[in-house]
Design a protein around this ligand. Structure first.
Ligand code: CMC
Length: 443
């Protein structure tokens, strides 16, 4: 009869072990009993970059990368993008259920009441150079929030966790807008609590001398949907950073600052910025074949294509294309969209991309919309971070309340030198061997 177990024979000793299979996985710790002697540490599981390791149990986000499915707490992304708001989706992600009207109003009100930041944060922002990247400013000021809220250290107190969640969701757009205004030397704009979450962010970004900023409805909705699309994506690099750093029981501002730093990289949230740079470099549709040839030779990457999980069309990229039309009706077409569409068409018909299952991801089209709305390229990953804050909070909170989780501390396979004894500098062999020189050059 079929059993939910895995039988493993260790051919070094001839011993056989029966390991339990649960939820389609085996426990890496079960391998530690496989030893060649009593003082052997036991077998380790080697998995660089955690390609095949489930590091947690989660009920936040479900992805089927082969089918191109994304659901938050069971709800398909397409339905949320069409019918929900970011405030409602953030509630769903953080709390696990869709709210009733009263809870949604309270949630939105509580977050809105936390949009202001301490004036010292503005001074802190003033200390950055005029050309500082806004992601660097966001990472630093997010981390700095921990110094303003020492109560955030009470991570096992549910009321404290809720309060920090409201603060972080309220303040991330404010920090983002401060970073932008600082880079332009513009005066900071106070939050406008009459406006929606996305509308207030647009106001803090773009308000000039008018008494009251009125966001364009198409922009407000597009941004809100983009926040929904970016809200969570299970155990990606930044969520993993939030969990790993948070597992030391540090406060959530520090954990989420580390997640923001992870998002900054060009292989993660920085990809939308890289897509625009790539499209600008290509310049025109007739230069696409040449660019694609370069990608196939390994000279460049097709940014905004490929995904560790999706081996099919990223469902978010499909929704983003629909929003693009609404935004372009307001702004006129961003000429880069023609290059992007043709690039997609050629890539999807090319064996290199077909064989590797490389499809457009969320970042392929998002930057084109952001650019049409007036956001500078350097702000793109910042917009990603605002939306993703709800996901980081949910992942962090799930980790904190999971009794199985301990401080994250992977093992290594040590392949370095065996013991060597210290020699005073005048006794060290000269000249340096070629191997040592090569090694030092790599460090
Ligand atoms: N352009 C050209 N070739 C690619 C690309 C690309 N964008 N992505 C993957 N490949 C190739 C890669 O060279 C490799 O080929 P080979 O088997 O011949 O060595 C093969 O496809 C498998 O790629 P991989 O690097 O092993 O895949 P990965 O799962 O480690 O990387 C990725 C995933 C997203 C980092 C990668 O696809 C990539 O760098 N894409 C471009 C950057 C990007 O758009 N990032 C945004 C991801 S979505 C937003 C987010 O979640 O942050």
């Amino acid at each position: 009869m079929a059993k939910d177990t895995l039988t493993v024979t260790d051919n070094r000793t001839g011993k056989t072990f029966e390991l339990d299979i649960a939820d389609g996985s085996i426990r890496a710790m079960d391998f530690r009993q496989m030893k060649i002697s009593d003082d052997d540490f036991g077998l380790l599981v080697y998995d660089p970059s955690l390609l095949n390791t489930a590091s947690c149990k989660s009920s936040v986000t479900y992805i089927d990368g082969d089918k191109g499915i994304l659901r938050y707490r069971g709800y398909p992304i397409e339905e949320l993008a069409e019918h929900s708001s970011y405030m409602e989706t953030a509630y769903l992600i953080v709390k696990g259920e869709l709210p009733d009207e009263q809870h949604l109003n309270d949630w939105s009100y509580n977050i809105t009441m936390h949009t202001m930041v301490h004036q010292n944060i503005e001074k802190f922002m003033d200390g950055f150079r005029y050309d500082a990247h806004p992601m660097g400013m966001l990472v630093s000021t997010c981390a700095a929030l921990s110094t303003f809220y020492p109560d955030a250290k009470e991570i096992f107190d549910v009321e404290s966790r809720r309060l920090q969640a409201r603060r972080l969701l309220g303040k991330m757009p404010t920090l983002a807008a401060l970073a932008y205004r600082h880079s332009l030397g513009l005066p900071y704009v106070l939050p406008d609590n009459d406006l929606s979450y996305a509308g207030n962010f647009l106001s803090m970004m773009f308000k000039m001398t008018e008494q009251k900023f009125q966001p364009k409805p198409a922009f407000e909705r597009a941004l809100d949907v983009l926040f929904i699309l970016h809200a969570d994506h299970e155990q990606n690099c930044s969520a993993n950073a939030a969990r790993a750093v948070g597992s030391s029981q540090v406060d959530p501002y520090s954990a989420i600052a580390s997640a923001t730093a992870a998002l900054y990289g060009p292989l993660h949230g920085g990809a939308n910025e890289a897509v625009i740079n790539m499209l600008n470099e290509i310049q025109s549709v007739d230069r696409i074949p040449e660019f694609i040839e370069g990608v196939k030779k390994g000279e460049a990457k097709l940014m905004g294509f490929g995904h560790r999980i999706y081996k099919n069309y990223d469902p978010r990229a499909r929704i983003i294309q629909e929003i693009a039309h609404d935004v372009f009706e307001e702004t006129g077409k961003n000429p880069l969209i023609d290059i992007a569409k043709e690039l997609e068409r050629i890539a999807l018909g090319d064996d290199y991309f077909i064989e590797r299952k490389l499809y457009p991801n969320v970042d392929f089209y998002s930057g084109i919309i952001y650019q049409a709305m007036g956001f500078p390229v350097s702000m793109f990953p910042v917009l990603f971070a605002i939306g993703r804050t709800s996901g980081w909070l949910a992942q962090w909170s799930e980790m904190v309340t999971d009794e199985e989780q301990k401080i994250t501390r992977p093992r290594q396979l040590y392949l370095g030198e065996d013991i060597r004894h210290y020699l005073p500098i005048y006794k060290r062999p000269e000249p340096m061997t070629k191997e040592r020189r090569l090694l030092l050059e790599r460090l």
